[in-house]
Design a protein around this ligand. Structure first.
Ligand SMILES: Nc1ncnc2c1ncn2[C@@H]1O[C@H](COP(=O)(O)OP(=O)(O)OP(=O)(O)O)[C@@H](O)[C@H]1O
Ligand SMILES: [Mg+2]
Length: 150
């Protein structure tokens, strides 16, 4: 029997996450320093919770999001994520096909709508592309699923 005292692990938990970009100078592109865009972020997100991150321009909000989604390989720290099967994985340590699988669940809607939403495509194609690229639906079924999502 499940222990009623046992708390499920958070949906997402960041532990001391860092993303430092090297600054290169000169003909040999020597590393002369680092931009510490994300420098020791720890937080938790529970099921059903919405978290807003607020701060001045350039403080690292987008870099944090890109690092959590593993568009970047973090400099250090943990990104603990509870996946669909209930197991917790450290996204910071994943690579290759394991990462592709995670990207089916976790996505960014980027700030600039011109780069996220192609104005030449009908909405059904923009939303449906995710389903067709991942082999999740096609034809009539795809149309129905896009309509449901909308
Ligand atoms: N790929 C990169 N290489 C080097 N430095 C970067 C890179 N991406 C971001 N930075 C630097 O990291 C810092 C944080 O940038 P970021 O874009 O994450 O800020 P932001 O909080 O999203 O800002 P805004 O509110 O303007 O969107 C900035 O100093 C930026 O110049
Ligand atoms: Mg930003």
């Amino acid at each position: 029997m499940a222990d009623p005292m046992m708390q499920p692990s958070p949906l997402l938990e960041l532990n001391d996450l860092r993303m430092h970009f090297p600054i290169r100078k000169g003909a040999f592109r020597r590393v002369v320093g680092h931009v510490k865009a994300v420098d020791g972020v720890s937080l938790r997100v529970e099921d059903g919770e919405t978290l807003g991150i607020v701060g001045e321009s350039g403080c690292g909000k987008s870099t944090l999001a890109r690092t959590v989604l593993r568009i970047y390989q973090p400099t250090s720290g943990e990104i603990r994520y509870r996946n669909r099967s209930g197991g917790t994985v450290d996204l910071a340590a994943l690579s290759g096909s394991a990462l592709d699988e995670i990207h089916r669940d976790l996505r960014i809607v980027f700030q600039d709508p011109q780069s996220s939403l192609n104005p030449r495509l009908p909405v059904i194609d923009i939303i449906g592309e995710v389903l067709s690229v991942n082999g999740l639906a096609k034809g009539r079924e795809l149309e129905h699923r896009v309509a449901d999502l909308m």
